[in-house]
Design a protein around this ligand. Structure first.
Ligand SMILES: [Zn+2]
Ligand SMILES: [Zn+2]
Length: 213
């Protein structure tokens, strides 16, 4: 992971940042490296990569922005809304990146997570989900449960595939009721004409999910 050599200095910046109330580390007493390692391990356990999570957040962000402040339905149980805000934030890693302050809230059932473009960048580029107790801390487990259509524990149980275009997970246990595919249909058995029920991408856009061994 891209940790700069002057990590102590970075930690100071994160703890005292003026951009976020309470700083990026909140009340988390753990060193930055430990926070990052712990969240990466949890994400791996859930069966997702940083890239998959960030791509899906990006997709939801785009859709939410199209709603211009109105709630947008992303999948039958996932909705998202953008709270647009002027101004920009800089990445505390000092990589000269500026980010829109707009906050996206994604909700599934009683669970919700929220993020800004900066939070998304911190996850994608720095594997940093922010410290516990910070206003924008994102719990990997909660994030994954909200943004993906299939329960992660089930998704990785049996050769699930993910759409690279929109993050939809084809879970063979569920099949694809919208396209008359019965439960327990392996991905390989889907007709070549089958398309992603969420975005219409062809079968070739799907990649296998990592499996738990
Ligand atoms: Zn950065
Ligand atoms: Zn798709």
């Amino acid at each position: 992971m891209k940790l700069p050599p002057n990590i102590k200095q970075l930690e100071e910046i994160l703890r005292s940042s003026k951009f976020v109330a309470g700083g990026f580390l909140g009340t988390d007493p753990r060193p930055l490296t430990e926070i990052i390692e712990h969240d990466l391990a949890e994400l791996a356990l859930l069966g997702f990569s940083l890239e998959q999570v960030a791509d899906r957040m990006q997709f939801i962000t785009k859709r939410a922005l199209d709603g211009h402040g109105m709630t947008v339905q992303i999948d039958p149980s996932l909705s998202a809304i953008a709270d647009e805000s002027r101004g920009s934030l800089v990445c505390p890693w000092h990589d000269n990146q500026h980010f829109n302050k707009t906050v996206i809230t994604a909700s599934r059932g009683s669970l919700s997570v929220r993020w800004s473009d900066l939070s998304l960048h911190l996850i994608r580029a720095h594997a940093f989900f922010q410290g516990r107790g910070s206003a924008f801390r994102i719990e990997p487990r909660q994030l994954v449960s909200v943004i993906f259509s299939s329960q992660p524990s089930r998704a990785v149980s049996m050769n699930a595939y993910m759409c690279k275009a929109c993050g939809f997970i084809y879970n063979p246990l569920d099949g694809d009721p919208l396209n008359n595919i019965p439960p327990n249909t392996p991905f390989e058995k889907l007709p070549d004409t089958w398309r992603c029920p969420m975005c219409g991408a062809p079968k070739s856009m799907f990649k296998p999910m990592p499996t738990k061994s």
